[in-house]
Write a protein that binds this ligand. Structure first.
Ligand code: ADP
Length: 517
């Protein structure tokens, strides 16, 4: 291990950011469920033992979120934004410790982990600003006696189930807009990476988030499924946001049906990366490396199928091969390493199986192709295959770039759309008309042109088809956490008539009544 990772981890412990417990109702709480180990994928060493949250703690987290929700939604958006800004400042102050935690429990190299902390913090900053921009509407009424108002109000208690590949950013991308909107949140992070989420909750509390506004429940794989069922079954929880596999997303959608919860799902991808003849092969290869090998390929928006037009194919492959050879693979703790280990043994076994399938179908590995010690896989480029390979049909989630040649624009659009997924797609071309034509034809939630990096707090991230529902980030991200309320104001077209009661013999003295209809 690099000494500065160890130092930063030691500091995180000394500063009280790491405890093997859940964080519920504003404090660290041991759970009564089985303890589980958090393992460093780079070293296979146990980093921490964490006690799992039992049913009582889950119910307490939901109840405290409901209690805290009333005063939280009554604050102004500006006031909530100020607390988010304080949280953002603390995340930045402790960025080194958070990055070390991410490197240790998730396995991405420290430079990338620092990038993730910045990215995670950017959602908190963005929604601190958006909190005061939750605008309603005044709709012109066809009736002169009526006015129509539309209010946007917090949906209530929200649950968030997050994955291991971005342990900080997937938490803040859900929690920051929810809190900005006036909701309270119970988070269940992935069993592999609970420490970062828990540290974020502790920092939120120190920033002044009231108890119950943000709770984090730690759980192993088995208890995670159970907690998922409890969160889905709870009528108090009005929204579930999930990032993870399509299979689990579908299950959670089913479990949420009885309570009719609003759902946001960020699921799997199978991103096509299309390089046209007119693209610069070196820049296209650079963009593929950025998209493909970041986080060792463990991102749902990572390029999965790289379609390259015949005229530029060989030059592109030469550029990609040279860049892939230059990537250093190994322990995420070692300086200079660009590609760290995969999260666990089953993940590595899956990548190996996909590579073996491609080779068995006649494709060739021109760089790499093998698994290495320490859960690592060689950065690999596979050529000569076609869309029938498993690695072109399934999400690879590993450092394997699969290049498939194509002839015509029409054909590649059909191939790119021939999947049940629809998260991110990439295009490299210098032709503006083609850019628009292809971007419109691709059945994806996001299209990146001449770049391999598209994520940003300012934009709506999300997919279509089996890649999910809803958007995270951007102006749109806060909509998830808001209900629309229509208010109809009647009888307001004129001042109330001053009704005069005629004096009668029995009414003395004369009085004037003001009606308030
Ligand atoms: P991956 O395959 O990338 O690990 P998963 O979809 O299995 O993705 O996991 C993503 C998140 O969903 C994690 O927090 C995990 O604990 C949680 N999870 C997995 N299975 C279930 C389930 N049946 N119910 C609720 N949460 C689950």
């Amino acid at each position: 291990m690099q000494s500065h990772v160890i130092d930063a981890l030691r500091q995180a412990v000394q500063h009280g950011l790491v405890r093997g417990e859940s964080f519920v109702d504003g404090r660290w709480r041991p759970g009564g469920a089985a303890a589980f180990g958090v393992v460093d994928p780079s070293t296979s060493q146990m980093l921490a033992q964490v006690t799992g949250a039992d049913d009582a703690l889950v119910h307490e987290a939901i109840a405290s979120a409901a209690r805290a929700g009333v005063p939280w939604r009554e604050r102004t958006g500006k006031a909530r934004g100020e607390l988010l800004r304080a949280w953002h400042a603390l995340i930045q102050t402790h960025a080194g410790e958070l990055a070390a935690l991410i490197t240790a429990e998730q396995g991405k190299p420290l430079t990338e982990a620092r990038g993730e902390v910045e990215y995670a913090a950017s959602f908190v900053e963005w929604y601190a600003e958006e909190a005061r921009r939750v605008y309603g509407e005044v709709i012109p009424s066809p009736d002169v006696a009526k006015r129509f108002l539309v209010l946007r109000q917090p949906i209530g208690v929200c649950a968030a189930i997050t994955p291991w590949n971005y342990p900080a950013a997937m938490v803040t991308r859900k929690v920051a807009p929810a809190l900005a909107a006036g909701c309270t949140v119970v988070v269940k992070p992935a069993e592999q990476t609970p420490l970062t989420a828990l540290a974020l909750a502790e920092l939120g509390s120190r920033a002044g988030l009231p108890a119950g506004v943000l709770s984090v429940l730690a759980a192993d794989a088995e208890q995670s499924s159970h907690i998922g069922r409890l969160l889905c079954a709870s009528d108090a929880v009005r929204h579930l946001s999930f990032t993870g596999s399509t299979e689990v997303g579908r299950l959670l959608a089913t479990q949420c049906a009885p309570t009719l919860k609003k759902l946001a799902l960020e699921l799997g991808g199978n991103a096509p990366f299309i390089v046209f003849d007119d693209a610069d092969p070196a820049s296209a290869a650079e963009a593929v490396v950025a998209s493909k090998f970041r986080n060792a390929g463990q991102a749902c928006i990572a390029a999965n199928r790289i379609y390259v037009q015949r005229g530029v194919h060989d030059r592109f492959v030469a550029e990609l091969v040279a860049r892939t050879r230059a990537l250093t693979v190994g322990s995420a703790h070692d300086s200079g390493v660009r590609v760290g280990p995969l999260i666990d043994a089953p993940a590595l076994a899956k990548v190996e199986a996909l590579v073996a399938d491609a080779l068995a179908r006649g494709a060739r590995a021109v760089v790499g192709g093998r698994a290495l010690a320490g859960l690592c896989h060689e950065p690999t480029v596979i050529v000569g295959g076609d869309s029938s390979m498993r690695c072109a049909r399934e999400e690879i989630f590993g450092p394997v770039a699969v290049v498939i040649a194509f002839e015509a624009e029409r054909d590649v659009i059909v191939a790119a759309n021939d999947t049940s997924f629809g998260l991110a797609a990439y295009v490299c071309t210098r032709d503006m008309a083609r850019t628009l034509r292809v971007a419109e034809a691709l059945e994806y939630g996001m299209v990146a042109v001449n770049t391999g990096l598209l994520s940003s707090a300012e934009v709506p991230f999300g997919g279509v088809k089996h890649s999910g529902l809803g958007r995270e980030g951007g102006r749109q991200g806060i909509d998830e956490y808001l209900e629309t309320k229509y208010v109809c104001l009647g009888a307001i077209n004129s001042e109330p008539p001053a009704a005069t009661v005629k004096p009668t013999k029995s009414t003395l003295p004369t009085q004037t009544l003001t009606t308030t209809q």
